[in-house]
Design a protein around this ligand. Sequence first.
Ligand SMILES: [Zn+2]
Ligand SMILES: [Zn+2]
Length: 628
Amino acid sequence: MNGREVSVEPGATVAAVLDDPRAVVARLDGRLVDLSTRLERGGVLEPVYFESDDGRDVYWHSSSHLMAQAVKQLFPSAKVTIGPAVTEGFYYDFDVPRPFTEEDLARIEQRMRNLIAAKLPVVHKLLPRAVALDFFKQRDETYKVGIINEIPDELISVYEQGDFADLCRGPHVADTGVIGAVKLLSVAGAYWRGDERNRMLSRVYGVAFPDEAALKVHLDRLEEAKRRDHRKLGPALDLFSFHEEAGAGLAFWHPKGATVRRLIQQYWEKEHLAAGYQLVVTPHIARGQLWRTSGHYDYYKENMYFVPVDPEEYVLKPMNCPGHMLIYRTKVHSYRDLPLRMGEWGTVYRYERSGVLHGMLRVRGFTQDDAHIFCTREQVEDEVHGVVALSVRMLRAFGFEQFKVYLSVRDPAHRDRYLGSDEQWQVAEDSLRRSLERLQLPYRRAEGEAVFYGPKVDINLLDSIGHEWQCSTCQFDFNLGPRFDLYYMGPDGQHHQVYLVHRTVLGGIERFMGALVEHYAGAFPVWLAPVQVRVLSITDKEAGYAREVEKALVAAGLRADLDLGGDKINYKIGEAERMKVPWMFVVGGREAQARAVSVRRHGRGNLGPAPLESAIAQVKEEDNVPAR
Ligand SMILES: [Zn+2]
Ligand SMILES: [Zn+2]
């Protein structure tokens, strides 16, 4: 924090007081404000730069306004809708008679550059409701009129730059000249409000940076991301596929993908059994009544699949929790039995709109490495620490080194909106925070981001090119305990409410697989590679020996396959490289005679000949989960 207390003459602008040309916007007493804001009183004032998350958001959102202005100038009949900043830039959705084309994008981009050069001031106005409605009606901006009709505000916040005005809460950059370099990336169809019953809009994605060099770095990274995209690599490496015929958002794991999945699960089980978890299995469907008890029927209904079985309705489970609650409840638990850590590879189904489905990242059926911890107040701290430490250790073993960690807590101004007592929230939050501190994990504390039933920690992964993937979560629940009447007998012989924690280390295994594929660009480390060694024969004469080599590999506990095809050896090597098989054992007449192999390494080329036994030993040495 480089905020400083300022006391100012009322009427001075934030920009004048800050006097910092790098500031994109400012933060006054913790709230983002325009640089043009006139200060009415003193406070803690802080510059916000492009380099921060908030600064980037404002910069990109301002770029979306700039794009909308360019579009309106070039296509006056286009109707503007909304244009937010997103994690990798910004978009704006337009209602246009025909979708934009690549050529349109180039023209819009050029017009944006002209508007940047014009350095148009961005002006904030608060208009009385009726005036604002009239203003947008006259411009035939029906979407804006619709939005105003949905908000209760008496004064409507509008931002203007030159001939363009947008309904918007802001804040924004001071003028269009602040935007440095822009690039429009793509155009896609998107339904208004994401609802397929609404009109299809034309969504233009773009990104902006303070200078051309930073833009180029970003565009290069996007190219690299395309190369690593799991939606392309998954099928190309024969790992998984999706089928319209079977339904969107449902993954089919091929033998190679299923092998990786099994390896992940085996490692997971080993770690969890060692950490004192007990594994259970629960059914995929359950009576509607169970989901009424859990509350899902009331607040999660639109994501649930229903199985009407006359005369009763069943639900395809969207969550594993109620099943675990039922198992807990089959016994009276003494405080001596706790903590109880109940884990499951729980397959769940959740309806997601087709527009938000995205490869393995967002699916409709997935398997969570779910677990619930039932413990006493005194055990909370150790249990939470155990969960967070286990998550970090396992994620590091999979090769992830960088995380984004969020601690989501109550909105202190609205404590009444949350279930559970102040004491419970305090115990829970303290334990989460202390665990992050003990592990020296930098985190962001997000006030008001907790769900209504308890605080949580989320650990997201950053893959090797900096993409963020939702992953581990450790979440308190002050809701299900009372709903399912979960208690334990204390040393005083009385019933006590358990502390209940939901937690997952990998999240969904589908998404985790997507993250792994992109992190490694499909070139898995040896311990996770579906095929660790491919044996390639140079001619037909070595077929027998090649089979022997494969057998020896399998006997050594390795995953191997064989290419006995009639193609030239260079072609076969190219094929093995393309499939990113880490080791290749090439066998020709000389190797067969010497009981040797010619060793190649993916991406590294020829390592020369080696006796078969020592070549196998070399692979074996690498076939381990990295010790963390
Ligand atoms: Zn806006
Ligand atoms: Zn749960």
